[in-house]
Design a protein around this ligand. Structure first.
Ligand code: GAL
Length: 480
């Protein structure tokens, strides 16, 4: 696909400048695992105590981004690329080390300085409150499965709003409940020592627990939004959802198609219907009822989520998911699994299909009332794409992925999708959760031994896009 990117970003004049950004998350970049009185998170426990990402794999240093000397150099690189927006997350166990007790002034001071430094470089902050690093004490108390998590999060959010409302006006309340849950399941399987599968579509045995946590996460976000609004702070709040268009194989059976429909219900409609229609999808409720298990959806929950009236929808898009009914599954009821058909071109996070990005944005416009959207993550990593040769990293596959997906976004905008900004995942190579440091996603290469940074080919192309130059996927063949 060739994207013409030289003209303005929207046919309709946007009420604000389009935000061109990149994203990261605290645990994946910060390191400094005990600095300034930080408490422990469930991720410190997974990697450092239990070795769940492999022996010695740790976030204790990561890309050293908590260190001001280091991050000032990184901000300078981001400014050089031309970013106008940076989406980063605040670590809950830094701000409230035990999860629910008093706030930690040293951590607040750190992030206030970081935000001031970003803004001094002309980069607007997009602050994520929760990107998976749950305080360990709260994880041990049941985490998001415990309905009390709504109140834990509201308290933490109030601390954030109180301390940052004069600096920040764009917030992501929570990131990707669905993928966080899949990571937790993978962690638990690795702890148990048996077969471990990263199943983004929850298997039947996990569905009730998954829906229970999704409901609590949405209610927690709604409670935080209500509290923010009641204080009269200026700013926009939303939730970042990983939305996955569902596809089936060419010769799919009716059972496969039904599985894909239900997977769409669990991964996409569960969240979108609650937020924009005030109800949970009936087919998913029916499917989970037949499985038993307490999903803790109480009367009025979906209506409360709808009433929160989030200011924008955050979309993390990587790929569609091919879905089928697992072999041997009983004829009726919920059973769905993801797979990649033979011959399909895929990145670490699935099939590369920019057309499905356009289709997704069309769907949000048509089926969900065209809310303001921020693309909170989009990006890719490919085996072998990030090799340093003669001091340069020509990540052609990532470069093409970005050009094609930005083109796909612009196609949807030309049809009226109300997209206000776009963030590449990620600015830098970083710690990819349970997959360690092997899966790189950055536009800036990081040598994890020396912390040396090297902007890649993709950073150069993104810079040209931001500056309004016409580029196409072919531009990725001619490293500058
Ligand atoms: C997302 C997640 C990010 C990052 C990315 C790349 O699901 O929010 O933290 O890991 O995937 O796989």
């Amino acid at each position: 696909m060739t994207a013409s990117l030289s003209s303005g970003v929207s046919a309709k004049p946007a009420p604000e400048a389009f935000r061109w950004g990149a994203a990261s998350a605290a645990y994946q970049v910060e390191g400094a695992f005990a600095a300034d009185g930080k408490g422990r998170s469930v991720w410190d426990h997974y990697l450092d105590d239990l070795d769940l990402a492999g022996p010695g794999m740790s976030g204790a240093v990561a890309i050293n981004f908590y260190d001001r000397t280091q991050y000032l150099k990184d901000i300078a690189l981001m400014k050089q690329i031309g970013l106008t927006s940076y989406r980063f997350s605040i670590s809950w166990p830094r701000i409230i080390p035990d999860g629910v007790g008093p706030a930690n002034p040293a951590a607040i001071a750190h992030y206030r300085q970081f935000i001031a430094d970003l803004k001094a470089a002309g980069i607007q902050p997009m602050l994520t409150l929760y990107h998976w690093d749950m305080p360990l004490s709260l994880a041990r108390a049941g985490g998001w499965e415990n309905r009390a998590s709504i109140e834990w999060f509201r308290h933490y959010a109030d601390v954030i709003f109180y301390n940052f409302h004069d600096q920040v006006d764009l917030y992501v309340l929570v990131n990707e409940p669905l993928v966080e849950r899949a990571m937790k399941q993978l962690a638990e399987q690795r702890m148990a020592g048996g077969k471990a599968t990263f199943a983004i579509v929850p298997p039947a045995s996990e569905l009730p627990g998954a829906l229970r946590t999704f409901n609590h996460l949405l209610l927690a976000s709604a409670a935080a939004k209500k509290s923010f609004d009641a204080k009269g702070y200026p700013g926009r709040l939303g939730v970042a959802l990983p939305l996955f268009p569902t596809l089936t194989a060419q010769r799919a059976s009716p059972a496969d198609r039904k599985a894909a429909q239900l997977a769409d219900g669990v991964m996409n409609r569960w969240f979108l219907d609650a937020m924009y229609k005030g109800s949970y999808p009936a087919d998913v409720l029916d499917a989970v009822a037949s499985l038993g298990g307490d999903i803790d959806v109480q009367p009025g929950d979906a209506a409360a989520i709808h009433a929160a009236d989030f200011d924008y929808l955050g979309i993390n898009f990587y790929s569609p998911l091919f879905i089928r009914r697992p072999a041997g599954a009983a004829a009726n009821g919920y059973a769905a699994e993801m797979f990649i058909p033979e011959g399909v071109y895929a990145a670490y996070n699935g099939a590369v299909r920019p057309d499905q990005f356009t289709a997704l944005l069309d769907r949000i416009r048509v089926e969900y009332g065209n809310p303001p959207v921020f693309i909170t993550e989009n990006g890719a990593g490919f085996p072998g794409d990030d090799e340093m040769i003669d001091g340069a990293v020509n990540d052609r596959k990532r470069c093409r992925y970005l050009v094609d997906h930005i083109g796909a976004m612009k196609s949807a905008m030309a049809k009226g999708a109300d997209v206000r900004g776009y963030h590449v995942w990620s600015s830098h190579d970083n710690l990819e959760w349970l997959f360690g440091y092997g899966s790189r996603f950055g536009m800036i290469h990081v040598d994890f031994n020396t912390q040396k940074r090297t902007p890649k080919l993709s950073a150069g192309i993104y810079s040209q896009i931001i500056r309004g130059k016409a580029v196409s996927a072919a531009s990725c063949e001619r490293p500058s």
